[in-house]
Design a protein around this ligand. Structure first.
Ligand SMILES: [Zn+2]
Length: 570
């Protein structure tokens, strides 16, 4: 008995030590990578903000909407200033309160003269093909202004999302001289005034335009902007009952002395785009196509598709799970198409990145006409999808169907045009979609995984001690209690080791991830520096490059006449 007690103490010590070691380790690991991001801009004692209603006078801005842009920006900017003035400790100026001409240089100079801590330029957008939609913030190229604009932009994006807009992101654009393309940002930067240009929405696209119909709606954008700015500076307003003073730590992390990766201009088309057969119901005239696409140095934002070989295209669709505030988007999705009366559809998909650069797919065709009465049997062995369309290889990302599955529903058996003759005359159930089977396949894998876990759990359950009989009060009962307690410790210890290990792995992963993103950011900065050098040193090359972008008419061409003139428009 004595021996047992001593061993018990030893166990206690061991257990205690292990527990505290784990606890210490957890604390250390969880404390490691968390870096509270703060507002990188310190406005000092007196906060002064300048609101710049874009355009004015002869400079109309876009004329594609219900109102002229110069009128819209003034309505929004005035509502913005009114709302922002209700916050404490801020002085707000407008560059113009009337419909007057004002050069971009004068606007920036005005901001400088009043000692502005930030200039916000208010705009509405339009695109050449009237198809783009969504909200974006343009920020300066150079540090630290890029970081200031980025941190404000993240808050602004959140606000625009709440206003019901699609997000196009926080972006930079380099002009011919290697400086900021947008004059208001260029002049402000030259004078040392932090700045951002807000393109709220597109006046020439129905969904966006519906949010810009009335003056109240335009004022609502001003109020939303005011709240973004107040949040950015951590202001409070007794009158409005709003308090953003506790916002520190809610700022996006940003590199003060560099260009944020998410703001880097993407000057290349999306690199990867592949269509592959997923499913077809030839009688019903419907098919599913898997789209796999990626942009190496940016992100994808929209897609559209043609079913008639490129003669007509659908409206611009939102890219699945695209989020410019993180740069993430889905790299593969299923496109369900209804061909209607088209018997021999030729499918083309175009994908658009954040800078509206486009990649068009090869034409995708089917081996059988749609709309026929299905007399053929549909009994083709699985794994023959690549028989469809020229060069439609199965991409790596496509989830593989489970090997050796005997469930015909899970093998996509029924989807393909028959090539064997009609032994089997059963008509196919039509709605069978390979997308669904792929999901099933995934589901199956998942099920298998969780299935594998079940026995483990069962084992655990089996190993768990039986409840000791405490009512007995005998030595047996006491021993049982001891054994129960020691087992409980064992389980707790296992728990600690398991979670300790888990957190250790997580910590390691976060460290590695941190290092990698640092490396990537560094690379982007170098790349960007190189591009800027290219701009200044080799104008001919840049001319070529510009022609490349706009020549094909793919990119949203700004309302430009001459480059010099155009700089003065924004
Ligand atoms: Zn504008």
């Amino acid at each position: 008995m004595k021996k047992s007690v001593r061993r018990c103490k030893f166990h206690n010590l061991l257990f205690g030590a292990a527990f505290f070691a784990t606890l210490l380790f957890l604390t250390a690991v969880s404390a490691l990578p968390v870096r509270a991001a703060e507002n990188l801009l310190d406005p000092g004692e007196d906060l002064v903000v300048v609101i710049d209603p874009g355009h004015g006078g002869e400079n109309l801005g876009t004329e594609e909407g219900k109102r002229l842009e110069k009128e819209m920006t003034l309505i929004t900017a005035q509502a913005l200033a009114d709302e922002l003035r209700q916050f404490e400790g801020i002085t707000v100026y407008l560059t113009r309160t009337e419909d007057v001409d004002l050069s971009l240089e004068d606007r920036a100079q005005f901001a400088k003269d009043v000692g502005a801590d930030f200039l916000f330029s208010i705009h509405y957008n339009a695109s050449l093909n009237h198809n783009l939609y969504g909200s974006e913030v343009w920020v300066p190229l150079s540090s630290p202004y890029n970081a200031y604009g980025f941190q404000f932009g993240q808050i602004q994006m959140e606000s625009m999302k709440e206003m019901g807009l699609y997000l196009r992101g926080i972006k930079t654009r380099t002009g011919q001289t290697g400086e900021d393309y947008y004059g208001i940002l260029r002049f402000s930067t030259a004078l040392g005034v932090p700045s951002a240009l807000i393109e709220h929405a597109h006046v020439d696209q129905p969904e966006d335009a519906a949010l810009l119909e009335t003056e109240d709606q335009l004022r609502a954008f001003g109020v939303a902007d005011a709240h973004s700015i107040a949040r950015y500076f951590g202001l409070r307003s007794e009158a409005l009952g709003l308090d953003y003073t506790g916002e520190a730590g809610h700022y996006a992390e940003a590199e003060k002395n560099g260009i944020q990766k998410l703001t880097l201009e993407d000057t290349t088309d999306p690199e990867h785009l592949q269509l592959s057969f997923s499913s077809a119901n030839y009688t019903a005239g419907k098919a599913g196509i898997q789209v796999v696409a990626a942009d190496r140095d940016g992100m994808l934002l929209y897609y559209d598709y043609s079913m008639d070989g490129g003669q007509t295209f659908s409206a611009l669709m939102k890219w699945p799970e695209a989020d410019p505030t993180t740069g993430s988007y889905k790299q593969s999705f299923y496109l369900d198409l209804d061909f209607g009366k088209i018997r021999d559809p030729e499918v083309i998909v175009r994908v658009y990145n954040q800078y509206d650069r486009v990649k068009e797919s090869e034409t995708f065709t089917f081996t059988q006409s749609f709309g026929d009465e299905q007399t053929d049997p549909s009994d083709v062995p699985p794994g023959k999808e690549d028989a469809n369309g020229p060069g439609q290889e199965k991409p790596d990302q496509v989830p593989e169907k489970p090997e050796g599955s005997t469930d015909p529903a899970a093998t996509g058996e029924a989807e393909l045009p028959a090539q064997a003759d009609g032994a089997d005359t059963a008509t196919q159930s039509g709605d069978t979609a390979d997308a669904a089977t792929a999901e099933e396949a995934g589901q199956e894998t998942f099920d298998n995984l969780s299935g594998a876990e079940v026995p483990g759990q069962e084992t655990d359950a089996g190993a768990s001690p039986k409840r000791p009989d405490l009512t007995a009060g005998s030595e047996d009962g006491y021993d049982a209690l001891l054994s129960f307690v020691s087992r409980l410790r064992g389980i707790l210890l296992l728990f600690c080791i398991f979670f300790g290990g888990l957190f250790a792995l997580l910590g390691l992963a976060r460290l590695v991830n941190g290092y990698l993103s640092y490396r990537t950011a560094e690379k982007s900065r170098k790349e960007h520096a190189r591009k800027r050098t290219l701009h200044t040193d080799n104008p001919e090359l840049m001319d070529l490059y510009e022609a490349d972008i706009y020549g094909a008419g793919l990119k949203e061409k700004p309302l430009r006449k001459q480059d010099k003139e155009e700089d003065d428009l924004f």
